[in-house]
Write a protein that binds this ligand. Sequence first.
Ligand code: SAH
Length: 272
Amino acid sequence: MSELDFLPAFEPGWVWLAGAGPGDPALLTLGVHDALRQADVVVHDALVDGRVLRFARTGALLEFAGKRGGRPSCRQADITARLIDLARQGKRVLRLKGGDPFMFGRGGEEAQALSRAGIPFRVLPGVTAGIGGLAYGGIPATHRDFNSAVTFLTGHDAGGDVPDGLDWPAIARGSPVIVIYMGLGKIGRIADRLIAAGRAPGEAVAVVADASLPSQRVVETTLAGAAEAVAAAGISAPALIVVGEVVKLRAELDWMNRFVAPPTDAVSRRRA
Ligand code: SAH
């Protein structure tokens, strides 16, 4: 028996709802890697890196179903209908999303639709950008000296606005570290809300774009200066915004830029 015999078999007619992590293929779980080898169809969104899709079995159908990438948007209802349809055709359907499928990824809604349609499914969690992606920027989501709580929030409500349903004063008061997904385009308005709710205008902020990818960029700024800093740096999505003292740890913990990686031939010798 192989040491991977704990991995489940992908049965025809099932949908596996999986997270591919923030970008670096090294962050795929063993389960998701194996699912890519077994799936008949991979329905992926725009945030899934091309290097990840190369693990798909030869002959597997790769279908794009996402909201970005310069292609027309797919309606959520069409995506779930497609998943159900493929499963009913007896395919092994891998629904692959960036990060973790249940973290601001509408994975919960897709799972509900599958459940209601009587389609058997399995969830394969992934590394969410707000933790693993930040780590690639040298920022720990928690640190004992600074925060014993962290809040993840989305900069978009269902209509695309800065969410008014959020209790900004409570978050500002109660959460020393705030990690914001999908907030780049509204960073100025988000910062204004946090300042109005009592956070210091000079508080540390980092914006981490393309986290864990070769194109990763990090901008360190302050709440009051965030909108201008992002515009000046020409940062584009996907990006995370982190507010809080943990951002300052980057000075010591930015491992991606602090240490020079060994030459590739040294790595291959180690593997040999
Ligand atoms: N399910 C995903 C989040 C989907 S929402 C997860 O768990 O990570 C999309 C948002 O995630 C983006 O707008 C951005 O804020 C964040 N994001 C995803 N991948 C990212 C990356 N590689 N770098 C920076 N932010 C990323």
